[in-house]
Design a protein around this ligand. Structure first.
Ligand code: SF4
Ligand code: SF4
Length: 280
């Protein structure tokens, strides 16, 4: 077992979101004879899914990861960044452990699900397409997979991919819950500050669970957390809704809260989807 945090890093440079970036990646990636990418089947409030591509973001040591959230706080920009980074980090094999996974609110505190499946492919894009196929997600609704299409990286659907093992149809899950993309993703930059007053999602503390360990404060890229006698306190003005705090909390004491308007929008979208499915 290696702790990436304390070991040397090497820079890689690439273009993302119209900017030339330099990202520091653990040196172990470059030293290895063969890289195998082992991901879990999970959801994420920002990118919708945490699959094989997003797992490669784990090669960037912890605190630096939070700074990239700060650089690209909007879900689509962040998803593009993750995809552009993963594209720079080839691996020989990607495996997704979906024996037991998680749905609902991610990156932590969601519901445990047991698809009982292992997925493997030489491309992480194919594994993420398999994830979508099993849980009934349209790959076009996942910004990371849309970015792959723009890059011409991997397949755009499972059509034409040779599948081995169980037939996909027999693996399908009916009620896998995936967070929706926040409408704020589609609001132009000029209206963002105004819109944020009404349409926001962010962390909320479950005070009875908080053990005041301070891990959330340490990882927060926006310096939006204070630890008081009552536990973690979030500064909504500063928060960029990256959910890094949720990810590091050891006792799942943080959940996602949405504004009233955002909850209504999500409910209406859910209703529309149900009606659409009913008509099919
Ligand atoms: S990481 Fe979790 S338990 Fe620790 S202070 Fe933050 S909310 Fe509390
Ligand atoms: S409070 Fe949590 S969600 Fe908000 S910026 Fe800090 S780590 Fe991210």
């Amino acid at each position: 077992m290696i702790c990436f945090e304390n070991d040397d890093k090497k820079p890689i440079s690439f273009n993302s979101n119209g900017k030339q970036l330099t990202v520091y990646v653990t040196k172990h990636y470059f030293d290895a004879d063969l890289v195998i990418n082992l991901a879990k089947m999970k959801t994420h409030n920002l990118t919708r899914i945490t699959g094989a591509m997003k797992n490669l973001f784990g090669l960037v040591p912890g605190l630096a990861k939070a700074q990239w959230h700060k650089a690209f706080p909007r879900p689509i920009e962040f998803s593009d960044f993750i995809t552009d980074l993963a594209h720079q980090l080839p691996c020989a094999l990607s495996i997704m452990d979906a024996i037991e996974g998680m749905d609902g609110q991610g990156p932590a505190g969601g519901r445990v699900v047991k698809p009982g499946v292992l997925l493997a492919a030489t491309s992480p894009v194919t594994v993420d397409l398999g994830f979508c196929g099993i849980v009934g997600l349209d790959p076009d609704s996942i910004p990371m997979l849309k970015r792959c299409q723009a890059l011409g990286w991997g397949a755009s659907s499972l059509d034409g991919i040779e599948l081995a093992g169980e037939a996909l149809e027999s693996l399908k899950m009916r009620d896998y819950r995936v967070p929706r993309l926040a409408p704020i993703s589609f609001i132009p930059e000029s209206l963002l500050n105004f819109a944020r007053r009404f349409v926001w999602a962010g962390p909320e503390l479950l005070p009875d669970l908080c053990i005041k360990c301070g891990r959330c404060k340490k990882i927060c890229p926006a310096d939006a957390i204070e630890i008081s006698a009552n536990g973690a306190e979030f500064n909504r003005e500063r928060c960029i809704a990256c959910f890094c705090c949720m990810e590091v909390c050891p006792v799942d004491a943080i959940e996602m809260k949405t504004s009233l308007l955002l909850s209504l929008i999500f409910k209406m979208r859910g209703l529309k989807r149900k009606l659409r499915n009913h008509k099919k």
